[in-house]
Design a protein around this ligand. Structure first.
Ligand code: CA
Length: 219
């Protein structure tokens, strides 16, 4: 497995390289966004670990450029805890997962392995599930022919459920992806947002699977 780490903090980049190499990965490191983009275009990496704040080209621009060129290498983004950027923005431009700095190396490894198992998955420009359509780029949602207005968080939740349409998705998994891995509030916030989506999209759109989570209808 070959991984590209794009990170301008030299000590963190070196620690990631050493750690991943010790796990048997082949690792390349790029110290700025332009070099990262060049390497990611030229080499068939199995995954990218991508910092957001980078010299020359930031992680969001790098990610969006790759996706626009239909390069679907799985991307794990590293975000700063003070959140200069919203994680929701990252989902929109095609990253696959997030980790908030500072993170534990064990968690990074687990997330990376999960991405590698999934592999590169082409993302259609517009997501579709049943009567629902969602355009991640423009943040528009339609139910049949009717456009539906959603808040940023409602949109992120719906997008996550649509990407997993037909599958049961657990509350904690939703929180990790739509809120934050470090979210320490009440997990029932998910229920609140699911109710809002049902109100806007129809009660039958999202099914509650008791004790397991939620499932967005796929047909
Ligand atoms: Ca940085």
């Amino acid at each position: 497995m070959r991984v590209l780490v794009v990170e301008d903090e030299r000590r963190l980049a070196a620690a990631l390289r050493d750690g991943l190499e010790a796990e048997g990965f082949a690792v390349d490191v790029a110290g700025d966004g332009e070099e990262g983009l060049w390497l990611a275009r030229e080499n068939p990496y199995d995954a990218l670990v991508l910092d957001i704040m980078l010299p020359r080209l930031n992680g969001y621009e790098l990610c969006a450029t790759l996706r626009a060129e239909r390069i679907w290498t799985p991307i794990l983004m590293l975000t700063a805890k003070d959140g200069e950027w919203d994680e929701v923005d990252g989902l929109d431009i095609g990253a696959d997962d997030y980790l908030t700095k500072p993170f534990s190396y064990a968690v990074l490894l687990a997330r990376l392995r999960a991405l590698l198992r999934r592999g590169a998955r082409p993302r259609p420009a517009v997501l579709q599930a049943g009567a629902l359509r969602l355009d991640p780029a423009t943040r528009q949602v339609w139910h049949g022919d009717t456009e539906v207005e959603l808040t940023a968080r409602e949109h992120a939740l719906l997008e996550y459920l649509m990407r997993r349409a037909g599958e049961v998705v657990g509350k904690l998994e939703i929180i990790e992806h739509v809120w934050d891995v470090n979210f320490d509030g009440d997990p029932n916030i998910v229920e609140v947002y699911v109710r809002r989506l049902r109100t806007k999209l129809g009660a039958a759109t999202i099914e509650t699977v008791r004790g397991a989570g939620y499932r967005l209808k796929d047909g």
